[in-house]
Write a protein that binds this ligand. Structure first.
Ligand code: C2E
Ligand code: MG
Ligand code: MG
Length: 558
């Protein structure tokens, strides 16, 4: 056999499956192999003789590199995750090993690395888990904090202003609950891609946890940040598509600017998080830029959340229900009642369900809340139909997550029995945004309820993205038009086109329509004229405790 020659060794290194770079002690790049060229996008001629810092992303701090050289001196090698920049400007994680090579009185440093985003990089991916989220191929929370620290310490540079963005997906948990984690994972990957598409190459995105993402945004002009936030929320107003299915997530976004809103990595991230919380409180699917007020609100919200969890467990007397009558608009007779939950806390007073129901959902206590709801209704409803008008619908609000909850049937069973025994019909209201994300199994559970005589209503209709094709397949009998469209009917704008269109859709699909939030006579007469079936609102009757309903029932009898 012929002895190996130098060019054979060269070919061996050149074809090695990992990227290899040799640099002198100055340091200058002296050699790069084929894989190096593939990963970085640079040709050999473009990097030879240049400083290796050409490849750096600027994301790591000076201390990071100092620690690397320390380790090389002390242990003879360094190994770890480092983010570098490709020729096209993209930053990417690589698992890098550096060690000195001594030969013929010359000293080099060899750097051997793999792009950990590459599926072939099995071991490297595993090793980088502490800093890197393999699902979305983004940095994780601890690495993000590291980068943010580095960015803050680089503040004096040419581009002093930057912002931290906090993005939280609003309805991701319902995707996970309703469709399982595999599906949730793919939705997250799409969402991560969506976030990256909004940002520029020089910005950095990380996945902090479950459905929370953060980004560092370089600001050139004062309007940059608002544009990015605007685009981010708009991106998530459209559905995320996985396997030809559409998922409606929406995103709440918060932002904090360096140095106005924080001078350290910790305070910037915290304040961007608080701003995100304010966006959630403002109804989700929007963005807020940090202001000092957020801190107080965040603290209030935290205390409220803790009080709610405690009250649900130990203070049933703080919960009660009120009933808001619905009327048939053609005859004026009572058609039904919607039950609305109330919470009266000794310190916080009357808290709106618009505020505490989402907290109960987020903290996984919505079932307990419904238990109180059912208990209160059962305490109000009589055992026998005497003295009650016949054939009313009694509607309760159910959060979509509860549909998958095994405990729901046994919770609602006794309530529905009682409602039927007094000759009324049970009705369930589910908000439109949630309904759109239900899996076929959940829809089936709804269908079964429907077959048992429960009326299913879409609440807040018009705020989500129901498509006609999809509406047609849902086991739904009632649409409740959201109050914002009813508001346009009276007063200055007098715009009845949307309501007329919804009534048209409902007629084609054979659905009954309830108008919510009727506040004046103008709106009421317009709805009667348009042929809307049922109406509900302060103009007709306020939500009220059971004992005040006698007057409503007397009217019904006449
Ligand atoms: P929703 O189901 O759309 O209920 C209608 C809301 O509009 C109620 O607010 C009601 O008091 C209010 N409203 C009725 N008529 C008028 C009007 O003419 N003008 C105005 N401005 N408002 C009117 P409420 O009671 O604060 O409930 C807010 C939301 O909280 C409900 O919206 C529902 O989504 C949720 N919620 C209430 N009770 C429960 C419950 O027991 N379980 C669940 N999961 N959610 C509930
Ligand atoms: Mg409702
Ligand atoms: Mg509603």
């Amino acid at each position: 056999m012929q002895a190996l020659q130098q060019k054979d060794f060269r070919a061996l290194v050149d074809n090695h499956p990992k990227a290899i770079m040799l640099s002198t002690t100055e340091p200058r790049i002296a050699y790069v192999n084929k894989m190096f060229r593939a990963v970085t996008g640079y040709q050999a001629g473009e990097v030879l003789g240049k400083a290796p810092s050409l490849l750096s992303s600027g994301l790591h701090s000076r201390e990071f590199y100092r620690a690397m050289w320390d380790s090389l001196d002390r242990h003879g090698h360094w190994e770890g995750l480092i983010w570098n920049r490709r020729k096209n400007g993209e930053t990417y994680p690589q698992w890098l090993t550096v060690y000195p090579v001594e030969h013929d009185n010359r000293r080099f440093f060899a750097g051997v690395f793999m792009d950990v985003g590459d599926v072939a990089a099995g071991d490297e991916r595993l090793a980088s888990l502490a800093y890197y989220d393999p699902l979305t191929e983004l940095p994780n929370r601890s690495l993000f904090q590291e980068f943010l620290k580095a960015r803050v310490s680089r503040n004096a540079g040419e581009n002093p202003r930057f912002a931290v963005l906090y993005v939280d997906l609003d309805f991701f948990k319902s995707v996970n609950d309703l469709h399982g984690h595999d599906c949730g994972d793919r939705v997250l990957q799409q969402a991560a891609q969506g976030i990256q598409n909004v940002l520029r190459r020089e910005d950095l995105v990380a996945r902090l946890s479950g459905d929370e993402f953060a980004a560092i945004i370089e600001l050139q002009t004062d309007t940059d940040l608002e544009c990015v936030c605007e685009r981010m929320t708009r991106t998530f107003q459209a559905p995320v598509v996985v396997d030809h299915r559409e998922f409606f997530l929406s995103a709440s976004v918060g932002a904090a600017i360096y140095p106005e809103h924080g001078k350290t990595a910790v305070s910037l991230l915290q304040n961007a998080d608080r701003a995100m919380y304010t966006a959630k409180l403002a109804g989700r699917a929007c963005y807020r830029i940090y202001s000092a007020v957020d801190t107080e609100q965040g603290r209030y919200k935290q205390r409220l959340s803790e009080a709610l969890v405690a009250s649900l467990k130990t203070a049933p007397e703080e919960f009660s229900v009120v009933y808001q009558p619905q009327y048939r608009l053609d005859t004026g007779g009572v058609a039904g009642l919607e039950v609305l939950i109330r919470w009266n806390h000794p310190e916080f007073g009357e808290v709106s369900p618009g505020e505490f129901v989402p907290i109960a959902e987020q903290r996984g206590h919505i079932h307990e809340l419904s238990e109180h709801l059912v208990r209160c209704i059962l305490a109000d409803l009589p055992e026998r139909p005497e003295s009650l008008p016949g054939e009313l619908c009694l509607a309760i609000n159910i959060s979509a997550r509860q549909i998958t909850d095994k405990r729901l049937e046994s919770l609602l069973g006794p309530l529905f029995d009682r409602i039927r025994r007094i000759g009324w019909r049970p009705e369930i209201e589910i908000t439109e945004t949630h309904l759109m994300n239900l899996s076929p199994q959940c829809l089936n559970r709804l269908r079964i309820l429907g077959e048992q005589g429960v009326i299913i209503a879409i609440d807040d209709f018009g705020t989500g993205y129901s498509s006609l094709a999809y509406l047609h397949t849902l086991p739904v009998q009632v649409l409740k038009i959201d109050q914002q469209f009813i508001r346009r009917l009276g007063g200055k704008c007098r715009d009845s086109r949307i309501v007329a269109a919804i009534l048209g859709i409902a007629e084609a699909l054979d659905l009954e329509v309830v108008a919510e939030g009727i506040e004046n006579g103008d709106q009421h007469s317009k709805l009667c004229e348009l042929g809307c079936h049922r109406g509900q609102g302060f103009f007709l009757a306020r939500p009220q405790p059971w004992r005040s309903l006698t007057a409503v029932f007397i009217d019904a009898d006449q």
